[in-house]
Design a protein around this ligand. Structure first.
Ligand SMILES: [Zn+2]
Length: 367
């Protein structure tokens, strides 16, 4: 069977041409009813296209138009099938497109997996400094709900914060004054919000967006207001360097990256995981050294005693945050103390709070 009937569309108009199709020596010859040649398709340029089972629909590969040929006669279709090697009744072109789409999906999935396994720390490192302050604060607030729940192990609720009872209010006023002195010198884009909370450890904690928890134990351990201020100045260094955001983005991983894109941080277990990591993991040695340097310079700027940060580190073994190992008498802590003292201004300073303010701050959690 070397010829048969078909329907030809030239791809430029919607006109159906009833045509005679001949299997020529090198290709299909498509002729109109009047015998005039409409098209000649070399066998190696013929492609199958998706069509109902009863029809063989062909296209010409590389054709600029959507010209196509339909053959309904099964015997003639089989003959064409045999000659034109590229004909594929299941629709090769569509299948190729489908493969391309699947390929992209696979590539996208693979890249997400790569990011999850290898890339998130690097991405978090690069991304955190680019976060707009408002987004960072939102991130911090989402984590804060969980962090507060984890820290408030005795479920004190509103009473978890010191400084709200009448007897504690002078302490709160002194603490606010200390924070204002530090913020005036730090001039962070978003003013930090900080609280003293009823936790026994001599620690402090900075969340993304500038929320700082100062633990009651730190104030109890400190001998001067400047020692408390020194540790808070160190925490402000973590805020300025976006260390909290980096840690949270690393821990929350892709969920957070997607949450950020979708504008929703609160959904999902990533927040819980991120909050736990904020409390349990510690920053790198480099991040700590950078926060120390920031803290020392900030204390100088605020007119305080930068050496107070060093003396406080000495007392608490260098563990400024929860989750850090206490390294009392450890060379690493000694090196940090020496580095802070090198940065400290030589001139004598006045304490950031006077004696009565410091006495009030000491009683901020007295209840
Ligand atoms: Zn630190």
């Amino acid at each position: 069977m070397t010829s048969g009937a078909g329907i030809y569309f030239d791809g430029q108009t919607s006109v159906r041409h009833d045509v005679g199709v001949t299997l020529g020596a090198s290709g299909l010859e498509i002729a109109g009813r009047d015998g005039g040649l409409l098209a000649q398709w070399p066998y190696d340029q013929i492609e199958g296209m998706a069509a109902p089972d009863s029809v063989l629909r062909l296209g010409r590969r590389g054709s600029a138009t959507l010209e196509r040929l339909e053959i309904a006669d099964p015997q003639f279709a089989a003959a064409v099938d045999e000659r034109a090697l590229h004909v594929d009744r299941t629709g090769l072109r569509q299948r190729r497109q489908r493969i391309r789409v699947i390929g992209w999906s696979v590539a996208a999935t693979a890249s997400l997996l790569l990011v999850a396994w290898f890339g998130v720390p690097a991405i978090a490192e690069r991304l955190a400094p680019l976060l707009p302050a408002g987004i960072e604060r939102k991130l911090g607030d989402a984590v804060d709900l969980q962090v507060r729940a984890l820290l408030d192990s005795r479920s004190l609720g509103a009473g978890f914060e010191c400084g709200n009872l009448d007897s504690e209010k002078p302490g709160r006023a002194a603490f606010d004054k200390l924070m204002q002195r530090l913020q005036a010198a730090a001039a962070l884009p978003l003013p930090p919000r900080s609280f003293v909370v009823r936790r026994p450890e001599a620690n402090a904690l900075a969340l993304p967006g500038g929320k700082i928890y100062v633990f009651r134990g730190l104030i109890e351990k400190a001998d001067t207001a400047d020692e408390v201020a020194g540790v808070i100045a160190h925490e402000l260094g973590h805020v300025a360097h976006r260390d909290g955001s980096k840690a949270v983005l690393q821990a929350g991983g892709l969920s957070f990256l997607f949450g950020m894109l979708l504008g929703d941080f609160v959904g999902g277990g990533a927040v819980v995981f991120a909050a736990k990591s904020v409390l349990q993991s510690s920053y790198s040695r480099e991040a700590e050294a950078a926060a120390d340097a920031y803290g020392a310079v900030l204390m100088n700027k605020a007119g305080g005693n930068a050496r107070a940060l060093a003396s406080m580190l000495d007392k608490i073994g260098g563990a400024t945050e929860p989750g850090m190992k206490i390294l009392l008498d450890h060379p690493e802590t000694k090196a940090r103390i020496a580095a802070i003292n090198r940065l400290a201004a030589a001139r004598p300073t006045a304490p950031l709070l006077d004696a009565s303010e410091w006495a009030a701050l000491k009683r901020i959690c007295a209840g």
